[in-house]
Design a protein. Structure first.
Length: 259
């Protein structure tokens, strides 16, 4: 079970740089990014298209490797790892949600949530219990035996979030999770993220929708591969943060349906 002391932080990023080789000239996607996120914080990363938001999220998730800089999640380094170690880090610490759901269309809704836990080594019965709890919590428990194709856009993204939460991640990382949804679907996701935050989940959300960012406690603004402002939290970690500052506490919040 992950234990995160507030001192260690949920995420610490220092001096992050990433350049992509492109046809004409290299693209300096990140030019020295520093960012610290405390356990239980809900941070929105905003900025114009191409400023490096997705690159930052992908590096934090361990899906790509920086040229320079360090990333630490719950006190464990993400940088300087082998592929196998990175895969283990991802399973243990990261729940990742993208704009376009990435659901397994040939499997049931339940199986979409069970699979990541089974891959991470959880016993099937336990994985299924957790998956059912998550689907109930996210309001799609009645769709467990359906295929994802029958769900609305908002429900599909809720399923993607349920899947991302299957392994009780230290960080829920979401890249434009409302980008492909209509306003009703987007509102469902904003409400859900608020509830997860209230339950102690640490969330880092990339968006260019101010309505979505408003749900977050802090807005980090990026431009040209750099963080330009990191507004202090207007709504810091929830009052129960000391009690819920660990992933295990947030997991028990799921169990008792307090969020
Ligand atoms: P954002 O998510 O803020 O829109 P990205 O992080 O996706 O921005 O991209 C930052 C810059 O890096 C952009 O100029 C983009 O074209 C470039 N870029 C991102 N990924 C790659 C890649 N795999 N190969 C080449 N260039 C890339
Ligand atoms: Mg992007």
């Amino acid at each position: 079970m992950t234990d995160i002391s507030p001192e260690r932080g949920a995420l610490a990023v220092t001096g992050l740089r990433k350049t992509f080789e492109a046809e004409n000239a290299p693209v300096r996607a990140l030019r020295g990014v520093d960012l610290t996120v405390s356990p239980g914080e809900f941070v929105a990363v905003m900025g114009p298209s191409g400023c490096g938001k997705s690159t930052l999220l992908n590096l934090v998730a361990g899906l790509d490797v920086p040229d320079e800089g360090t990333i630490t999640v719950a006190g464990e380094p993400v940088t300087g790892r082998t592929e196998d170690e990175l895969a283990r880090m991802r399973r243990k610490h990261m729940g990742i949600v993208f704009q376009f759901f990435n659901l397994l269309e040939g499997m049931t809704v339940l199986e979409n949530v069970v699979l990541p836990s089974v891959i991470a080594g959880r016993r099937r019965k336990m994985a299924e219990t957790r998956a059912r709890d998550l689907l109930d919590l996210l309001g799609i428990g009645d769709k467990a035996s359906s295929v994802p194709g029958v769900l609305s856009g908002g429900q599909r993204q809720r399923l993607a979030i349920a899947r991302a939460l299957a392994n009780e991640p230290t960080l829920l990382l979401a890249d434009e999770p409302t980008g492909a949804l209509d306003s009703a679907g987007g509102a469902e996701i904003i409400e859900l993220l608020r509830r997860l935050h209230a339950g102690g989940q640490t969330i880092i959300l990339v968006t260019h929708d101010p309505a979505v960012a408003e749900a977050a406690g802090r807005i980090v603004r990026m431009r040209d591969g750099r963080v330009v402002t990191s507004d202090p939290a207007s709504d810091p970690a929830p009052a129960s943060a000391s009690a819920s500052a660990s992933a295990s506490a947030s997991a028990s919040a799921f169990g008792s349906r307090t969020i």
